[in-house]
Design a protein around this ligand. Sequence first.
Ligand code: MG
Length: 277
Amino acid sequence: MMCLSLEKWDNFIIDMDGVLWRGETPLSGLQEFFTALRGTKRNFVLATNNSNRTVNQYLKKLRRMGVQVSQEEILTSAQVTANHLANTAPNGSRVSVIGGDGLRTSLQEHDFEITDENPAYVVVGFDHNLNWDKLNTAVLNIRAGAVFVATNSDATYPTEAGTGIGNGAIVAAINTSTGETPIIVGKPEPPLYKQALQRLGGSPAQTIMIGDRLETDILGANRAGITSLLLLTGVTTQDNLTDSDIQPDFVLPGLPELTNAMLSKSETTPDTVEQSL
Ligand SMILES: [Mg+2]
């Protein structure tokens, strides 16, 4: 059996939930994976659709798991959303938010005014304290003309207890009541990949996306001309993969196999490397 080699890829975009951990539990081989990334001088950005946490909260979570990364090596959909709005919305625009600290902090860093009174935008990210009032306020503001923006539309979220609810369900509730389709900023849409490629400073051809979700990580990478690699440690099972129209370039069981593929030298020309499991 031919061993997969990822020797030709210099730049890695790496999803976090379901790839590095499940909930608060690190996945097997996490520290060895980062040792290999550093040891082989790969550029990487840890890119998540989760907008709930701040970059500093991710740095702390990784440190608890024995991994040191810099601020510039983390990109959240909250940051991508704030950057995207900063490029498209007038300065100081009024923004109403459903979401956690990550989203609020990113928007405030770009000088948006966070308010539920006459906002120009309603931005929706995952919110652990969601309630009827928040949903109703969002619906009323969107009906009054505010632009509906979603950090991501992931239907589910991987936890230790199993596959739980994701931001897509919150977005769907507002969509059901307003009939409005949001602008989605996270994976699989282009803004997150564009900003990740800017951080890495490389071309799509040098870049590989590692993720656990077909309809976000893998679909978006395929569309962006970025090589895609699926790990089966998150929301996607082998059966889901077999049934899906969305197919990654490569599939591996988890981080230990990924680390091996990063460290192994290609014995043949890279173009002849086939999907490997
Ligand atoms: Mg994931």
